[in-house]
Design a protein around this ligand. Structure first.
Ligand SMILES: Nc1ncnc2c1ncn2[C@@H]1O[C@H](COP(=O)(O)OP(=O)(O)OP(=O)(O)O)[C@@H](O)[C@H]1O
Length: 256
């Protein structure tokens, strides 16, 4: 079966002023896959994410998203691409003065020209898709547990019916059980909706739901393959990451 590319990054160079963050970075992302991006602190994961969601312009190189080159786009063209993507930031970034439902309705009404009742029904569907109880619709962010807050942010990211979902450290700050639940929800969404998920993570257990893992080091992607091949990577940071108990458990359960 020929795999269908949803994102192609070619010879990307990123910089802040004179400081080069990525050089010659190439990455392919397939439709319907979960791709995890890992890398040491300061390796440039967030910078890459910002470029992929069109918040930052690369210095050089090409970036094709769903077949469209993201270079030199007009505001309208950029908006059309942004309508294809949902983003969940680490902080959840929900409006604290709005209930979960109102947070989602706000995004739906910005995206679609529809009446309040339809927007509310759509928001309720997103809440259920994110595995939250219906009652969460009326709760305020301050009334949510950590796990519920993440799922509410996920429901809001789903509000635009994205083809591609970007998750920035989605399970950071969650206990292992809530993190596991969140990962299961992501896997279910991919199977159910056929969306692609790109997730930056520090959490080794989240790699278990990834179809492939991309590792950023030395300003580029040094590895992008299935989790069972990670043990072949010759890099100090990767060795250290997998040296601990959790790392060993991951590798033992995943060797090819
Ligand atoms: N707005 C900015 N201006 C200048 N330098 C920046 C800016 N944002 C990030 N950097 C620098 O770019 C490098 C890559 O940062 P980035 O946040 O992309 O890394 P990261 O892999 O996401 O790190 P972490 O895992 O610690 O969040 C870092 O050295 C950082 O200091």
């Amino acid at each position: 079966m020929v795999k269908d590319l949803i994102i192609q990054v070619r010879n990307l160079q990123s910089a802040y002023g004179e400081r080069i963050i990525h050089e010659n970075l190439n990455l392919d992302i397939y439709r319907g896959e979960i791709l995890a991006i890992i890398g040491g602190s300061g390796s440039g994961k967030t910078t890459l994410l910002k470029e992929l969601i069109l918040l930052k312009e690369p210095k050089q190189g090409d970036y094709l998203i769903d077949g469209i080159n993201a270079k030199n786009l007009s505001f309208k063209q950029k908006q059309a691409i942004k309508n294809k993507i949902g983003v969940m930031f680490q902080s959840a970034a929900l409006f604290s003065s709005l209930s979960v439902g109102e947070n989602i309705v706000y995004v739906i009404k910005k995206r679609y020209n529809i009446d309040d009742e339809t927007a509310k029904n759509m928001a309720m569907l997103k809440i259920k898709l994110a595995d939250l109880d219906e009652n969460a619709y009326w709760l305020y962010p301050s009334e949510l547990s950590g796990g519920m807050k993440k799922k509410a942010a996920l429901a809001r990211a789903l509000a635009v019916d994205p083809k591609i979902l970007f998750l920035d450290e989605p399970v950071s700050g969650l206990d292992p059980i809530s993190a596991d639940e969140f990962d299961k929800t992501i896997k279910k969404l991919v199977d159910l909706l056929g969306i692609s998920v790109i997730m930056i993570t520090h959490d080794l257990s989240s790699l278990l739901i990834a179809n492939r893992v991309a590792i950023i080091a030395n300003k580029t992607i040094i590895f992008c393959d299935t989790p069972d091949k990670i043990h072949t990577v010759d890099n100090n940071w990767v060795r250290e990451l997998f040296m601990g108990e959790r790392g060993k458990r991951f590798l033992d359960g995943n060797k090819a």
